[in-house]
Ligand binder design. Structure first.
Ligand SMILES: [Zn+2]
Length: 259
């Protein structure tokens, strides 16, 4: 590596501390970008400054949140997502059945729409795809993050989240169904005028152990005029069913089967 006059290093640090990106400093001073990066990390270490990656987090900056993507992602997160936030490891994970390639893509698209500058990745295991997005800022966006499973603690939306869900209720419902729900078809035969006919009963089911998450789901359904019932199984009210014809038709229009 060529040696650089100490004055260039001083000049570079002055620019870097003023917030000029590495690339620009490198161009301006005619120094390789790697050298600038090295100077910068040395300077930070010397000053005991923790490195903070630049972000477009809508909670920490003036960036507007993509409400459509956020409402869907909030549904996915409350259903089957989790955040890891500890020193050196920060990410949001959403788990998708590997058969539903459309859902895997939709989850990744939503993460990218909410935090465009954040890297995403996928990991496949046991027929499951974990879609991940790496940044500490998911805890700003999902303040419901906390220790232990969601059904063992209180899950309440903050006012700004409530406003987004109220403005984009179908996206929220779709996210919840895509993570913890399904569309199934039951059928039966009935005799009409001596002739046996087959009747199909499509329905949507949502299953979640958290009373709070189910209440958020049914609250959104109420706001949308969707009729629902609680299906008790083994004395547990974890299943919400939407089976009325008109309600299923609306769900088909806005949510649909997994894909
Ligand atoms: Zn943030």
């Amino acid at each position: 590596m060529a040696s650089h006059a100490p004055s260039k290093r001083t000049e570079a640090l002055t620019l870097l501390r003023a917030g000029v990106p590495n690339r620009e400093v490198a161009e301006q001073l005619g120094v390789p970008r790697g050298t600038v990066g090295w100077w910068r990390s040395e300077d930070r270490r010397a000053r005991g400054e923790e490195y903070r990656r630049p972000t477009d987090c809508p909670r920490c900056t003036e960036h507007a949140v993509d409400r459509t993507a956020y409402s869907y992602l909030l549904g996915l997160y409350l259903g089957d997502g989790h955040i890891v936030s500890k020193p050196g490891q920060h990410h949001l994970s959403v788990y998708c059945d590997a058969r539903y390639t459309g859902l895997v893509a939709a989850a990744e698209d939503a993460m990218r729409a909410v935090l465009p500058s954040t890297a995403t990745g996928r990991r496949s295991r046991n027929g499951c795809v974990e879609v991940k997005s790496y940044t500490r800022h998911w805890t700003c966006l999902f303040p419901q993050h906390g220790p232990g499973p969601k059904h063992e603690r209180r899950i309440a939306l903050e006012l700004w989240q409530r406003e987004i869900v109220d403005a984009r209720p179908w996206e929220f419902v779709r996210g919840l169904i895509h993570s913890d729900g399904c569309r199934i078809t039951n059928w039966t035969t009935r005799s009409v005028g001596g002739e046996r006919r087959r009747y199909e009963y499509p329905r949507y089911l949502f299953t979640n152990k958290s009373d709070d998450v189910r209440a958020l789901f049914t609250g959104a359904l109420d706001a949308l005029g969707i009729t629902w019932t609680v299906l008790n199984r083994d004395g547990k009210p974890y299943n919400i069913s939407v089976a009325r014809k008109a309600s299923v038709a609306l769900m088909d229009l806005h949510v649909g089967a997994k894909y």
